[in-house]
Design a binder for this molecule. Structure first.
Ligand SMILES: [Zn+2]
Length: 375
């Protein structure tokens, strides 16, 4: 019996091989497996991380022209106005105007962290946001980088005082978008930074350049606190913003994705770090993208505020550049570093995941996007 099956199997394999030889991989078959430059506009895409802090319809309309739907993310930081209440109003107005084009992530404030009723106030704010359709909660880097408790001690994200809030989010089956820590470059001297954009940013903003502030927690301490929080909340669905602040090394990111099955990451404003690594070891970055194709979300981190004049060409050019990197094997260059690199040429099904279906999976609240009767 066993032999018979083996014989059948061998026969099938032989038959398949013959068929393949006969058919051969035609040019048309190969072309079908990958998207081209021309497919950019026809493929439905989601940008999982933008900040639309305006009532103006321009940005959503522009994104729609390139077949993007977007998730606008609120955050609360005194150094980055407007406050979250105002951001939420903008988001709600945009969602009302374009319900099938834009969704929003709420956040919570740590301004009154040291008040006795901070937890209940925070839960009330979140309750209200969930009732109004927020699809996620952003946790911001102010936790770990600047929040201090009554004793003056910096508060990290694995602090038990966040447990009630995180448990409430988990109970409501809402995912968290966690921007915790900063790029590793922030802790390096300028001459050791990988990306020109980081070099100029930290030279202009020495206050935020952690290499100059050793009294603050190290990069490793920040990442460890985030990991510890995930260990303590295994049921939390967590999308690490900006490649989970592990943008500098796909092996390090892979380790976390292996360890935390409920963790995914968005690529907002960190695609350049994948390009930088691809310049050094294309195969490694390519294989990482293939292996973790269910855990990576395309995102830009575009910031649109009321005063900003949207440069249509800039936005389009940036997203086209990303598309070229992921879909083609063109030789490319970046303004951020000197080496050339090759596009990753990911298969269509991987592109569809990172550009759309992963966002739908990790943010179930955006299912409204699937309704085609929009606008
Ligand atoms: Zn952002």
């Amino acid at each position: 019996m066993k032999i018979f099956f083996l014989y059948l199997l061998a026969g099938c394999l032989l038959f398949q091989n013959c068929q393949e030889v006969k058919k051969g991989p035609t040019a048309a078959n190969i072309a079908e497996s990958f998207y081209t430059h021309e497919d950019f506009k026809t493929v439905e895409k989601i940008d999982a991380h933008v900040h639309v802090n305006t009532n103006k319809p321009d940005y959503v309309q522009l994104s729609a022209q390139d077949n993007f739907r977007i998730i606008t993310i609120n955050l609360d930081d005194v150094n980055e106005p407007p406050p979250m209440e105002e951001q939420q109003q903008f988001a709600l107005q945009q969602v009302k105007a374009f319900p099938h084009r834009i969704a929003y992530a709420t956040t919570f404030s740590i301004r009154h962290f040291n008040d006795s009723n901070w937890q209940s106030q925070t839960i009330n704010y979140l309750k209200n946001s969930f009732a109004r359709g927020a699809v996620a909660v952003k946790i911001y880097k102010v936790i770990g980088m600047s929040l201090r408790d009554k004793t003056g001690k910096l508060v990290m994200i694995d602090d038990p005082r966040f447990d009630t809030i995180i448990n409430f989010i988990v109970q409501n089956k809402i995912p968290v978008i966690g921007h915790l820590a900063e790029p590793k470059n922030c802790w390096l001297p300028v001459e050791k930074m990988t990306i020109k954009g980081d070099k100029s940013y930290f030279m202009q903003n020495p206050l935020y350049h952690m290499y100059l502030h050793p009294e603050f927690p190290s990069y490793e301490t920040q990442i460890a606190a985030r990991d510890h929080m995930l260990e303590r909340h295994p049921d939390l669905k967590f999308v690490g913003a900006h490649l989970g602040s592990l943008e500098w090394n796909v092996d390090e990111l892979a380790r976390r994705l292996d360890k935390f099955p409920n963790m995914a990451v968005d690529m907002a404003a960190r695609i350049v770090h994948l390009q930088y690594q691809a310049a050094g070891n294309w195969q490694k970055v390519h294989d990482f993208m293939i292996k973790y194709q269910d855990r990576l979300l395309y995102a830009t981190d575009a910031v649109i505020d009321a005063s900003a004049n949207i440069n249509k060409n800039d936005i389009h050019a940036r997203t086209i550049n990303d598309w070229q990197f992921f879909t083609s094997d063109d030789a490319m260059t970046s303004a951020d570093f000197d080496q050339t690199f090759k596009g990753l040429k990911l298969p269509k099904q991987v592109i569809d995941k990172i550009y759309r279906t992963n966002a739908e999976k990790w943010f179930p609240g955006i299912s409204i996007f699937r309704n085609k009767n929009y606008e």
